[in-house]
Design a protein around this ligand. Structure first.
Ligand code: NAD
Ligand code: TYD
Length: 362
């Protein structure tokens, strides 16, 4: 069977391709990715070598309808696993337009192609097809203390990023109800692990703390996220593809709620053990509380009982273990980070943090 992966050169997509090719021997993967600043073929160097013949790459834009239709016309596609997106909240605040283009229009093109090229009226055929739309817990917005978002909670997105994801979720669901698109939507919490672009909290803090640079923490640092190790997310997506019910949504969470400042302190302490102290001082001293992100959601928290009970999936990697694995990976692959830092990333870093770090009180 052939699986079209969109955004497979990014963080979760590249981890998922590796996982899929290992666990499902009868699949061939076609990865379409625009290679934006976040896409990196180095994330798949081992896959290209190990799975020659079962893996191929096409550089392309999901917002390019002609290209997407051409792909569906020329290859028999069984499953689509749709990761491609603009994924960073801070960038969506600096410039929301590409979020609308890729996340909304790009998703629309993909489901239109399914509608056009998959024989949706033929039930036996639809049984083999799957469109998995990889979404986020951020569509539910900020969740009050001791409350949890379920799959039926109302949407309440705060950022242009989460609003664009919410919009695409609705379109996918509508295509299921209206045209019988064999679609499933997943809402994952914050992922961490190897190959995450160093603009996101955990890799950014690992890299800065390792180098002795300031550690920017937004607001009071007490915002809460529920962290999931990327490999657990990939396993959950496989369970959904294999056993999930069409038209349904599934929350995928790590059941690990933690305040940002505690995440930062854990990283500092682990690095202090692994590397020498900087000038004899613990890395916690590098923390700088900076101006808060506008519209910053206070807390995300998922009720994951549906996927636990219906599909028997549970996260396997605890936060401290996952974090240690992740930090070790970044220390071992410092060249991977350095190659990114040589690109246009530093321009973004200066724009995002220059003034904030300059003004920070500590
Ligand atoms: P990422 O930013 O690391 O990767 C996104 C990939 O999409 C990149 O390879 C990029 O080149 C590609 N891409 C961007 N625009 C494209 C376009 N127009 N056409 C084709 N390819 C394009 O993102 P990620 O963290 O791997 O997230 C993957 C998906 O998972 C996203 O849909 C995101 O919303 C969702 N998600 C992420 C998290 C998380 O914590 N990272 C949590 C929940 C859901
Ligand atoms: P991030 O990794 O951007 O994920 P998301 O905003 O999608 O949850 O941020 C995780 C949390 O860390 C979020 O509450 C914002 C905060 N944060 C900082 O405090 N400093 C930073 O430099 C970054 C990137 C994030």
């Amino acid at each position: 069977m052939r699986v079209l992966i969109t955004g497979g050169a990014g963080f979760i997509g590249s981890n998922f391709i590796r996982h899929l090719l290992h666990v499902k021997k009868d699949v061939e993967v076609l990865n379409v990715d625009l290679l934006t600043y976040a896409g990196n073929l180095a994330n798949l160097a081992d896959v290209e070598k190990t799975f020659t013949g079962r893996y191929s790459f096409i550089k392309g834009d999901i917002a390019d309808r002609k290209l997407i239709f051409h792909l569906f016309e020329t290859s028999e596609i069984d499953w689509v696993v749709h990761f491609a997106a603009e994924s960073h909240v801070d960038r969506s605040i600096l410039g929301p337009q590409t979020f609308v283009r890729t996340n909304i229009l790009g998703t629309f093109n993909l489901i239109e192609a399914c509608r056009r090229f998959w024989p949706l009226e033929d039930m036996s055929c639809v049984g083999k097809k799957r469109f998995l739309h990889v979404s986020t817990d951020e569509v539910y917005g900020s969740v009050a203390e001791s409350m949890y978002s379920t799959e039926t909670s109302p949407y309440d997105p705060s950022s242009p990023y989460s609003a664009s994801k919410a919009s695409s979720d609705h379109m996918v669901k509508a295509f299921h109800r209206t045209y019988g698109l064999p679609a499933i939507v997943t809402h994952s919490s914050n992922n961490y692990g190897p190959f995450q672009f160093p603009e996101k909290l955990i890799p950014l803090i690992i890299f800065n703390a390792a180098k002795g640079r300031d550690l920017p923490v937004y607001g009071d640092g007490k915002n809460i996220r529920d962290w999931i190790y990327v490999e657990d997310h990939c396993k959950a997506l496989m369970a959904v593809l294999r056993k999930g019910n069409l038209g349904e949504s599934y929350n995928i969470g790590g059941q690990c709620e933690i305040q940002n400042i505690d995440v930062v302190h854990l990283i500092c302490d682990y690095l202090d053990e692994r590397l020498v102290l900087l000038g004899g001082r613990p890395r916690r001293n590098l923390v700088r509380f900076v101006t808060d992100r506008p519209g910053h959601d206070r807390r995300y928290a998922l009720d994951t009982s549906k996927i636990n009970e219906e599909l028997g999936w549970r996260p396997g990697v605890g936060f401290e273990e996952g974090l240690a694995r992740t930090i070790d990976w970044y220390l071992k692959n410092i060249k991977w980070v350095k190659n990114i830092l040589n690109g246009t990333y530093m321009e973004y870093y200066r724009r995002q943090y220059g003034k904030r770090l300059h003004e920070s009180k500590l």
